[in-house]
Design a protein around this ligand. Structure first.
Ligand SMILES: [Zn+2]
Length: 273
């Protein structure tokens, strides 16, 4: 389990799982937290329960994203109607007694509620966790190359401020393990797409041309810059430098699995503890 020091003093619990500490068998070994794939449901629910217990999370309602590389972010406020979401059956598993809801076609979640756990999923894409200690508002965001290009981190900040009264100067941010600039290779059309949404001067710090016609892209740095462009103070941002592609002993990687079966990591947050 990875955690950010920047949130240590906050009344907020959080973590980003690794591939370690679970019970799933290969190729999902061992800490697979995705119940969308072919892995044994009992194993996945036990893995999630272990993660919640490790983090001391006590809420019995979980909202998890079904991600589509969009910029759609769901806000779960005090009046939120959970019956609008699909419920995933956890009976006769380690999560028996929990309400597990799926936010369809959604890539980020925000709440100020203390009775809800939010969950987003990763296997190379960038996890961003945001927390405003003044209003007690937290967000977890899935930012792959499409999400980063379309500035989902900015949209999360704007929603925290406009819908929950957060102040950007107070927001703390953790950027988690993901594909690193050492390994994350893309083709020119991806770079071209970024050039439409980011200043070229900024991109020069994130794009590294290779002599064989490919590019390495530093998504973590770009997300960190995006947060700062939107007013988050540099001293309030913590970045985990680990690369999921070359860190295969500790992390699940979509690229490393060549698109095949693999486990999935998750970011978990709960306010108010
Ligand atoms: Zn790497």
């Amino acid at each position: 389990m990875n955690q950010f020091k920047i949130f240590e003093q906050e009344s907020f619990r959080h973590g980003v799982t690794t591939r370690l500490g679970g019970i799933s068998n290969p190729p999902y070994d061992t800490m697979n937290t995705s119940f969308y794939g072919q892995d044994d449901k009992q194993h996945v629910m036990t893995n999630i329960k272990r993660s919640l217990d490790t983090l001391g999370m006590t809420a019995k309602t979980i909202v998890a994203t079904a991600q589509v590389h969009s910029t759609t972010i769901l806000s779960i406020n005090k009046a939120f109607d959970f019956s609008a979401l699909r419920r995933f059956d956890t009976s006769h598993t380690a999560l028996d007694g929990y309400d597990l809801y799926i936010a369809e076609k959604t890539d980020g979640l925000i709440t100020n509620r203390t009775d809800v756990i939010l969950m987003t999923f990763y296997a190379d894409c960038v996890p961003i966790i945001l927390y405003d200690p003044i209003t007690g508002t937290a967000a977890t965001v899935h930012s792959g190359w499409r999400g980063t290009k379309n500035r989902i981190g900015q949209i999360a900040i704007e929603s925290m401020c406009s819908q929950f009264g957060a102040r950007v100067q107070a927001i703390r941010a953790g950027i988690g393990q993901s594909a690193g600039k050492c390994c994350y290779e893309v083709d020119f059309p991806v770079i071209e797409a970024f050039e439409k949404n980011y200043p070229k001067t900024l991109l020069s710090g994130a794009v590294f041309p290779k002599d064989y016609g490919k590019y390495h892209l530093d998504l973590k740095w770009l997300n960190s810059q995006l947060l700062q462009m939107n007013g988050i103070l540099p001293q309030h941002i913590e970045v985990n430098s680990d690369c999921t592609i070359c860190g295969i002993e500790k992390y699940h990687s979509h690229r490393r699995a060549a698109g095949g079966a693999r486990g999935t990591m998750s970011a978990l947050i709960q306010c108010g503890l």
